[in-house]
Ligand binder design. Structure first.
Ligand SMILES: *Cc1c(COP(=O)(O)O)cnc(C)c1O
Length: 269
């Protein structure tokens, strides 16, 4: 069945669709209305903050981990296409039962060996935002090249807060980060495009009263260094439910919002 995307209305807000697409899992009308309203409210905040700080084209990625496919369809029906997921198996399952023009962002910890599953299992994978090692980058590229799949945009995750439980390239030794950038820019790399940098940042920084989130500042400084060294204009993925406005203020080009759109998630079993 051909999917007719809902036209965007002039205000750029998204609207509930009247089209019923019965082959996909559907939310109740009540749940759909609730989700679209929450999404629009966040989108408006993203747009207002962007305008306030003179930024353009800040992307809002709806983080749908642990939420049912019917929730994703409710936003999809209203025109939303960028969704973020954290778990490889969950993403593969959802991508198989949902429309193929969804732009999936993988934003979870990428274990060695899982890059292959991801490249293979998710045809419409748009971005992997959590590359933290050259080896995983090569795995992803090799698998995608063998399958002759569509290109994937990658973001290099940086552990700006240097917390042990967080993944990401270290800022204190930048050698592997440089090697990864060089691989991505080389002819050896067939299916990956370097999109930018990503960070999560510490909880303390996201809730502190200071003028700036120091973890965000570190990522922006790194972007400046890499842009200069390699003649790039890297995007920046930072900002979640409780700190996306601050992230935009500091230069984020893509924010990842879950809870404020979908509601609280059940604790991990
Ligand atoms: C879960 C998650 C988000 C969304 O977080 P919320 O606080 O629910 O908005 C964003 N980024 C990453 C990497 C996540 O794991």
């Amino acid at each position: 069945m051909r999917i007719v995307p809902q036209r965007q209305i002039a205000s750029s807000l998204y609207r509930l669709s009247k089209v019923k697409m019965s082959t996909f899992p559907q939310a109740t009308a009540e749940r759909a209305a609730e989700l679209v309203s929450a999404y629009n409210s966040i989108l408006k905040q993203v747009e207002d903050t962007s305008k306030q700080y003179g930024k353009t084209n800040v992307r809002l990625v709806a983080v749908s981990k642990f939420k049912p496919s019917s929730d994703i369809m409710a936003l999809y029906n209203a025109g939303v296409r960028h969704f973020g997921e954290n778990y490889v198996q969950e993403l593969i399952a959802k991508s198989k039962e949902l429309p193929k023009d969804i732009k999936w962002h993988f934003i979870g910890g990428l274990q060695s060996g899982k890059a292959k599953d991801l490249a293979k299992g998710v045809e419409s994978l748009y971005a992997v935002e959590t590359i933290d090692a050259l080896k995983k980058c090569k795995q992803l590229d090799n698998t995608r090249a063998k399958l002759e799949g569509a290109p994937i945009t990658v973001y290099l995750q940086v552990n700006t807060s240097e917390e042990e439980q967080k993944s990401g390239y270290s800022l204190s030794n930048r050698e592997e980060l440089f090697q990864t950038v060089e691989f991505l820019l080389s002819e050896d790399c067939k299916k990956l495009k370097l999109g930018g940098l990503m960070t999560i940042g510490s909880f303390t920084e996201s809730t502190s009263e200071g003028e700036e989130n120091q973890d965000f500042t570190k990522l922006v400084n790194l972007k400046r260094d890499l842009d200069e060294k390699y003649k790039l204009d890297l995007e920046i993925s930072m900002g979640m439910s409780n700190d996306f406005a601050q992230a935009i203020k500091q230069g984020s080009s893509s924010v990842r919002v879950g809870t404020s759109i979908f509601g609280a998630r059940p604790p991990r079993a």
